[in-house]
Design a protein around this ligand. Structure first.
Ligand code: IPM
Ligand code: MG
Length: 356
């Protein structure tokens, strides 16, 4: 098969972790006889510095003309600490999601047996955790208008807006995932307060009869935040709006012991994007210490979701798991930091394993 991939390393640790994911992708393509074509483009702070635009047209055109996008991370403290900045790296990510129509972000939450002791939660609560969070990605308060400031600058406002079409398509995906898994769907909202949430709940209830095999429950987001920590095993498929999904998936990521382990797939109308759920971790940029596993696992999702190459994806997952079992891990997964190995050494280990 021919794999035409756009590579967007972005900021901070982005280039380092992407490099390892790309090496793994190359080895897998060699092993399974696929032709890999990659082209790299700018996004985020680095794109602002070079072009003034965090998601340049050239990058968008490349994404549109590729079969999949492998994305690193964006963000820079220079912008975080300057609320008056007119252009921000995050706008690049949001523009990319919107222009590619990536309305669904799929974030699987799994536990690695060998890392059970790394979780901040007690063993009996996390053993067997395996759920998928489906986050709506192109609507809600991230994009709703109006957004801004009053003329005197003393009042600021964001709007959460959802249309029936946006809610239906993401819930449909949630039901489909539930059907393929353990047939339990949790719709997370704040229907006791928000009008958008009441629309979500109304539409979910309307759709329920189309999926009689799926058991649906409805949970307020504050309760969900608590349940994720208390009984994460309860969840099978969780579907929620953009901002709730952003927050809950960061929370869910620490169940596995490190944010550096969770991959994601953003899918929708045009080319799908595969990216780790963590950010650009600027403090670690250039130090060769960041955990590349979330990005390597995102490449695994890319093989599966973008190309339906399940065996390839499964092998990458197996290799990552083996590296963790062998203790070939970066410092985020080591109590004794002197035992940690570098980002590129984790990549080396996984490549060795795949080359055997
Ligand atoms: C994520 C990130 C982004 C988001 C930021 C970087 C804009 O936190 O992908 O979860 O909020 O969506
Ligand atoms: Mg986030």
């Amino acid at each position: 098969m021919k794999l035409n991939i756009a590579v967007l390393p972005g900021d901070g640790i982005g280039p380092e972790i992407i490099e390892q994911a790309l090496r793994v992708t190359k080895v897998i393509c060699q092993k399974f006889g696929h032709e890999l074509i990659t082209q790299t483009a700018l996004v985020g702070a680095v794109a602002i510095d070079q072009t003034g635009n965090p998601y340049p047209d050239e990058t968008h055109n490349l994404c549109m003309n590729s079969d999949a996008v492998l994305f690193g991370a964006i963000g820079h403290p220079r912008f975080d600490n300057d609320p008056s900045a007119k252009v921000r790296p995050e706008q690049g990510l949001l523009a990319m999601r919107k222009k590619l129509g990536l309305y669904a972000n799929i974030r699987p939450v799994i536990i690695f047996e060998s890392l059970l002791d790394k979780s901040p939660l007690k063993l009996e609560r996390i053993q067997g955790v395996d759920f998928v969070a489906i986050r709506e990605l192109t609507g809600g308060i991230y994009f709703g208008q109006p957004q801004g400031r009053s003329e005197d600058g003393n009042t600021a406002f964001d709007s959460s807006v959802y249309t029936r079409m946006e809610v239906e398509r993401i819930l449909e995906l949630g039901f489909q995932f539930a059907l393929k898994r353990n047939k339990r769907l949790t719709v997370v909202d704040k229907a006791n307060v928000l009008a958008t949430s009441r629309l979500w709940r109304q539409i979910a209830k309307e759709m329920e009869p189309q999926f009689p095999e799926v058991t649906v429950d409805y949970m307020f987001v504050d309760n969900a935040a608590m349940q994720i920590i208390q009984w994460p095993k309860k969840f099978d498929v969780m579907v929620t709006e953009n901002m709730f999904g952003d927050i809950l998936t960061d929370e869910a990521s620490v169940i596995s012991g490190s944010m550096g382990l969770l991959p994601s797939a953003s899918i929708g109308i045009h080319t799908s994007v595969f990216e780790p759920i963590h950010g650009s971790y600027p403090q670690a940029a250039g130090l060769n210490i960041a955990n590349p596993c979330a990005t390597i696992l995102s490449a695994a999702m890319m093989f599966e979701y973008a190309f339906s190459l399940m065996e390839e994806g499964a092998l990458i997952r197996k290799a990552v798991e083996a590296s963790i079992v062998a203790g070939a891990v970066t410092e985020d997964l080591c109590d004794d930091k002197s035992k940690a190995i570098s980002t590129s050494a984790v990549g080396d280990w996984i490549i060795d394993y795949l080359s055997k």
